[in-house]
Design a binder for this molecule. Structure first.
Ligand code: ATP
Length: 368
């Protein structure tokens, strides 16, 4: 059992930087929760406060209902895997993994069993006699994870553990850590700035910006129902297209016209009532690249189609990313096509209007 709870957690560094502001979060037993956000958003500081490596300015942290604010790191029953692995260079892999247990005065037999079991899980048994300098980045990463596993902690904390690996290895280790979570069924908190890592690994994702938790949700909930423009733009690749314009009423319809009058779309009936308060006001709409589809006959449909010149074509294999110009603004469309559209020629694209997001221009909160 390990449930982690943050209550009104704050961190102010000497000098006045407010790294974490009033964070409230419950991480359930056995959950894999990812903290994600741009550099400097406070995710590492939050994790380090859970580990006990950073003093808490105000607020509380509970592990299984016990207040741990004043419990030293070694007594929190937590193991942390760092970005730089933090292995002891003069010790063998075996000793690196065993060291924490030796310090805790575990019996030799127990230590041996735990180290060999962890090595087997991670596929590093044949490396046990080597020293870290004789290992590849991926192997060092496994040893660092192994050192956490042998402790059998209540909670695993990972701070950007894959960022020193090349792209291919990162994808492989991502899947291995997910498998490890399924096998160990422990509570895991994982920090990354990479939204793809967050989306593929997390049971739930915590999106942070400027020290503030913006949204806590499952990956698909975040993708389909972001609470604000920041979350909408941060989650998804290529990112959501954000277009400013005005909502207006015409012939019983609510329509959206962008600032350059390049596009004029009819808002679907289901979304109208929530937008009525914003009629004749400027708003931002968000269209995901996959919600711009090539119109098969290239015949524009009023209120649904947009016509935009193609600036760049990026064939991705199964799909094509198109960079198009909407007025002075560039937007991305991800289309399925077996032919490449011509550059500088206008292309008719249909917008999946049911999936379009609307944001208040000032507060940037989702309207519908
Ligand atoms: P990154 O992905 O770059 O590691 P992060 O989201 O993990 O970023 P934190 O490392 O938690 O961000 O830092 C949050 C804020 O606190 C930043 O503005 C950072 O400059 C500041 N900060 C972090 N550590 C200290 C420190 N020891 N003293 C002063 N300010 C700090």
């Amino acid at each position: 059992m390990a449930r982690v709870e943050l209550r009104n957690l704050c961190k102010v560094f000497p000098g006045g930087v407010q790294a974490v502001k009033e964070a409230n979060l419950v991480i359930e037993d056995k959950e894999f929760v990812v903290l994600v956000g741009p550099s400097g958003c406070g995710k590492s500081t939050t994790l380090r406060m859970v580990a006990g490596l950073e003093e808490i300015s105000s607020g509380e942290i509970y592990i299984d209902g016990v207040l741990v604010n004043d419990v030293p790191p070694k007594n929190r029953d937590i193991a942390m895997v760092f970005q730089n692995y933090a292995l002891y260079p003069h010790m063998t892999v075996y000793k690196n993994m065993a060291f924490g247990l030796i310090l805790r005065k575990f019996k030799k037999k127990e230590i041996d069993e735990r180290v060999r079991k962890a090595a087997e899980i991670l596929g590093i048994t044949e490396l046990l006699d080597r020293r870290p300098k004789a290992l590849s980045g991926g192997q060092r990463q496994r040893v660092a994870v192994g050192r956490a596993i042998v402790r059998q902690p209540k909670v695993f904390l990972f701070d950007e553990p894959l960022s020193n690996l090349d792209a291919k290895l990162r994808v492989q280790m991502r899947a291995e850590i997910s498998k490890l979570h399924q096998r160990l069924r422990s509570t895991m908190i994982y920090v990354t700035h990479d939204q793809v890592e967050a989306m593929t690994m997390g049971d739930r994702i915590v999106v942070m910006l400027d020290g503030i938790i913006q949204q806590v949700a499952t990956p698909l909930e975040l993708y389909h129902h972001p609470v604000n423009k920041f979350v909408a733009g941060f989650i998804g690749s290529p990112p959501m297209n954000m277009i400013n314009g005005t909502l207006y009423a015409q012939n019983g319809n609510v329509r959206f016209r962008d600032d350059s009058s390049t596009i004029d779309l009819i808002v679907p009936e289901g979304k109208r009532s929530k937008l009525e308060s914003h009629l004749n006001k400027r708003v931002t709409i968000g269209i995901r690249p996959e919600d711009l589809n090539e119109n098969a006959s290239q015949t524009p449909k009023p209120g649904i189609s947009i016509q935009a010149p193609v600036e760049v074509v990026e064939p991705m294999g199964s799909e094509i990313n198109l960079y198009i110009a909407i007025g002075k603004q560039s937007a991305t469309a991800r289309i399925k096509s077996d032919r490449e559209p011509e550059i500088n020629k206008p292309l008719v694209l249909d917008v999946t209007m049911g999936n379009v997001h609307f944001f208040d221009l000032e507060s940037e909160l989702t309207l519908v």
